[in-house]
Design a protein around this ligand. Structure first.
Ligand SMILES: [Zn+2]
Ligand SMILES: [Zn+2]
Length: 346
């Protein structure tokens, strides 16, 4: 089972600034001054630099891949899904170019019938936590939907409503030039079953999360490993059924090997943003330790935080865990674009 982060930012895409880049160059040169770096050693020197010096945490909005062999589960269609799509269609496909050429056609026209005997060769499963814009805005730029070779299953709770919002964002050329109903890919919507779902080799179940407009967490199991993806939620102590909601979530994440959680705000900022539907790392760390989680990934980073602030939040969360729970073996990490976790090797 392999996990890959394609988008980790919350709310709005956040390209890194030139100031951030300069900071990273400064830090890299500072480290280089302590070495006798020769030009031919530069590639290996860059490789050994810490992640926070040589990479950006990333500004794309949520998209997560969990895969094994040919089974590819995609969670959410934030702007990160665009880069994932490039793996399957590195250049615009013939169907994509045709869709662009046919822009003048009646957008309500029926989807072109697939050529006889042509079966989609790429099957993808997209699971939506909810339809806040940061979780669906990448779909129009996901190139596999412009290919007749793609069969895309889209799962979610209250799927008819989710379908309606995906259609709306591609419903009018004044919003986006290509109409959802004319996409060449075979797209099938499925209600996420209350009893859970099996997409071999994965078994999935879900939990409703407290978030304005609603959101769902998903638990994915395979090969004796458990991964929980819970983004966009806030368990406010003021809510009338806060205890029950927290207990439900604690049961859901118990003994997870990997828990990917919304930790949008710093602890201080979370107080001024109560009711906005997001969490802070310190509260989540406490819960993760109590529930025997092995590895926690901080996710859905605030668009106002640069990398330095995010690593500061990570440091504080790790110190907090060490101080309050010295026996805990919880590992805390930042979800960052292109981080790959290979659980089959563990
Ligand atoms: Zn979000
Ligand atoms: Zn949301």
């Amino acid at each position: 089972m392999r996990i890959r982060f394609w988008g980790v930012r919350g709310s709005i895409p956040t390209p890194p600034s030139s100031y951030e880049l300069r900071d990273k160059i400064f830090n890299a040169i500072t480290i280089a001054l302590d070495t006798s770096l020769r030009p031919r050693d530069i590639p290996s020197f860059i490789n050994m630099l810490p992640h926070e010096v040589k990479s950006f945490v990333g500004g794309n909005t949520p998209c997560l891949e969990i895969s094994h062999g040919k089974r590819i589960l995609i969670f959410d269609a934030g702007t990160g899904i665009r880069n994932l799509g490039k793996l399957f269609t590195p250049t615009p496909s013939k169907d994509h170019l045709e869709a662009l050429e046919n822009l003048d056609h009646d957008p309500k026209a029926e989807r072109a019938a697939p050529e006889e005997n042509v079966q989609p060769t790429l099957r993808l499963d997209l699971i939506l936590t909810h339809t806040h814009w940061d979780h669906i805005q990448g779909l129009p730029f996901f190139t596999p939907i412009y290919s007749r070779n793609t069969h895309l299953n889209i799962y979610g709770h209250e799927i008819a409503e989710k379908k309606r919002y995906l259609e709306i964002q591609q419903s009018d050329p004044r919003l986006f030039p290509i109409n959802f109903d004319t996409l060449p890919a075979e797209i099938v919507f499925h209600e996420f079953p209350a009893t859970g779902l099996v997409l071999e080799p994965f078994t999935l179940d879900s939990l409703k999360l407290p978030h304005p407009g609603g959101s769902h967490a998903f638990r994915v199991r395979a090969f004796d490993k458990t991964v929980v993806f819970a983004t966009d939620y806030e368990i406010s102590s003021d809510a009338p059924d806060a205890h029950r909601k927290k207990d439900d979530l604690k049961e859901f994440i118990t003994n997870a090997d990997v828990f990917i959680s919304d930790t949008q705000y710093s602890y201080r900022e979370s107080h001024s943003k109560e009711g906005w539907g997001h969490s802070s790392a310190l509260n989540i760390v406490e819960m993760a330790v109590e529930c025997g989680v092995k590895r926690l990934y901080l996710f859905h980073h605030d668009p106002g935080y640069d990398d330095q602030k995010l690593y500061d939040i990570l440091d504080k969360a790790s110190s907090f865990a060490r101080l309050l729970y010295p026996q805990s073996t919880l590992s805390i990490r930042l979800a960052a674009e292109d981080v790959i976790i290979d659980l089959t090797e563990e």
